[in-house]
Design a protein. Structure first.
Lengths: 302, 168
């Protein structure tokens, strides 16, 4: 937890923040509307005697009163998928439409991919990319269990993503849910910070910049790119978006956020970022009882 | 019949036998006929889907279309195993599309349904066809497909893959 002390200057109620980081997360699932409605899923949970709590901001997100959501009929049928509450945010910010062409550039293991597919009514073309074969196998398993049929799976380095294998010239929307130092998953993985080092953070940030730049290039003018991480480090969040603003044709846009959040910061360790970084959002564990998260919405302008 | 199946890429199924240039490859017409004859699932359900072969006999279903051939890791979901005497639908295809089936659906009571999803074979009476059936049960007021069963000699064998079984 000492690692987190570097964020004391930017987090309000820092004691509350640390206390939240020590608590485990509730069991939250997302209803997969490709296979069942929210109503039918609730009825099946009622029949099984499993209590659930709803979330005001998203009717498809349910907290289940069981340690093993995987051992239920709705899970077996692919009606629900375990997905931390905050993880279902970026797909809603991306807000894809049925029939669109969408890229999920770091997609494995596929929870957000499946949510995007559901928002697209399983139509259009959703390209789910990842560089790691093992993680892609988990993605394929999840996509099939959840009944997705609009997904094309590719294995590429997202920094050099080629549109050729999917015969496209540009995407309408792209999600970059970037590989990161995962500080915000501390409530799920208590050892998430054990290997933390500034050089690792800086190394990952270099990869993130490459991935986000390529995502902007692969998205049509006027298209939307959402960048998200599950980490607090500004080096991996605002600094990455700031770098891409300087080097690619894009701008930061505001988005409505139903969860309690704080604006992105515009300076860190004597570095200054573009003022528009204040339109990005930071999500802290003590504000919504979730993991930690960062989300930026960009418009491709070139 | 000059070409052979390339297991590394996705090739769209030919519409009919007349258009087929890869030996042994199922046609779109045969696939639609098979689902209709076996389960009475009409071709309308698949009107907007394309069918692909990647890997010998492995048929994939994709909502929409892309150019053929396509060299990627996955396209839609695996749907049907062909190039064998008895074609076999996948568990995930049956869960997704089997709700519409009117024929060869074996309805299981709660105990038999649990046995089935644990991967257990069980003696059951059934007066329909032998071979691959859709096993289903009732949940939340409606019938819902569980997966694929193989019915032979008075026994329903569960072919739910290991990773898709229910433990509890």
């Amino acid at each position: 937890m000492e690692v987190l002390s570097r964020y004391e200057p930017i987090v309000d109620d820092f004691e509350g923040f640390l206390a939240a980081c020590e608590r485990s997360l509730p069991a939250v699932v997302r209803v997969n509307t490709i296979k069942a409605s929210v109503e039918r899923t609730k009825r099946a949970l009622d029949e099984a005697g499993i209590d659930y709590a709803e979330r005001d901001w998203n009717a498809k997100v349910l907290e289940l009163d069981t340690d093993k959501p995987g051992n239920t009929w709705p899970y077996f049928h692919g009606w629900i998928h375990g997905q931390e509450e905050i993880s279902s945010l970026p797909a809603t910010v991306l807000s894809p439409l049925p029939g669109e062409r969408v890229l999920d550039s770091c997609s494995a293991p596929g929870g957000k991919t499946a949510q995007i597919a559901a928002l697209m009514d399983d139509s259009g073309l959703l390209v789910a990319n990842d560089s790691n074969l093992g993680r892609l196998s988990a993605l394929r398993f999840n996509a099939e269990r959840l009944g997705l049929t609009n997904v094309a799976v590719t294995r590429q380095d997202a920094r050099n993503f080629s549109l050729k294998p999917v015969s496209l010239t540009a995407f309408d929307r792209t999600l970059v849910d970037a590989p990161c130092s995962c500080e915000g998953t501390i409530r799920k993985n208590p050892d998430a910070l054990d290997e933390w080092s500034l050089s690792h953070v800086e190394g990952v940030a270099g990869v993130q910049k490459g991935i986000l730049r390529r995502a902007i290039q692969a998205t049509r003018e006027g298209g939307t790119v959402v960048y998200s991480t599950c980490t607090f480090a500004p080096e991996e969040n605002e600094a990455v978006v700031d770098h891409v603003l300087e080097n690619e044709d894009c701008s930061v846009v505001e988005f409505d956020t139903p969860l309690d959040s704080r604006p992105g910061i515009t300076e860190w360790n004597e570095e200054e970022y573009d003022d528009s970084l204040a339109k990005t959002r930071r999500y802290y564990p003590h504000h919504n009882d979730t993991g930690g998260f960062f989300c930026a919405k960009l418009e491709a302008t070139g | 019949m000059s070409e052979t199946n390339d297991g590394q890429r996705f090739d769209r199924l030919p519409a009919t036998i007349d258009e087929r240039d890869v030996e042994g490859r199922a046609t779109r017409e045969e696939v639609l006929d098979w689902w209709n004859e076996r389960f009475e699932i009409g071709a309308e359900l698949f009107e907007n889907h394309s069918f692909w072969e990647k890997g010998a006999g492995k048929i994939w279903i994709f909502h929409g279309d892309v150019p053929s051939p396509t060299e990627i890791e996955g396209l839609g979901m695996t749907f049907l195993r062909t190039r064998q005497e008895h074609w076999k639908p996948t568990t995930n295809a049956v869960q997704r599309f089997g709700c519409e089936a009117e024929r060869n659906v074996i309805e299981l009571d709660p105990e038999a349904a649990m046995n089935f999803v644990r991967g257990e074979d069980q003696k059951l009476d059934w007066d329909g066809d032998w071979g691959y059936l859709i096993a289903s049960h009732e949940i939340a007021g409606e019938r819902e497909p569980l997966g694929v069963g193989l019915y032979l000699h008075g026994e329903l064998r569960s072919v739910v893959p290991k990773g898709r079984r229910r433990e509890d």
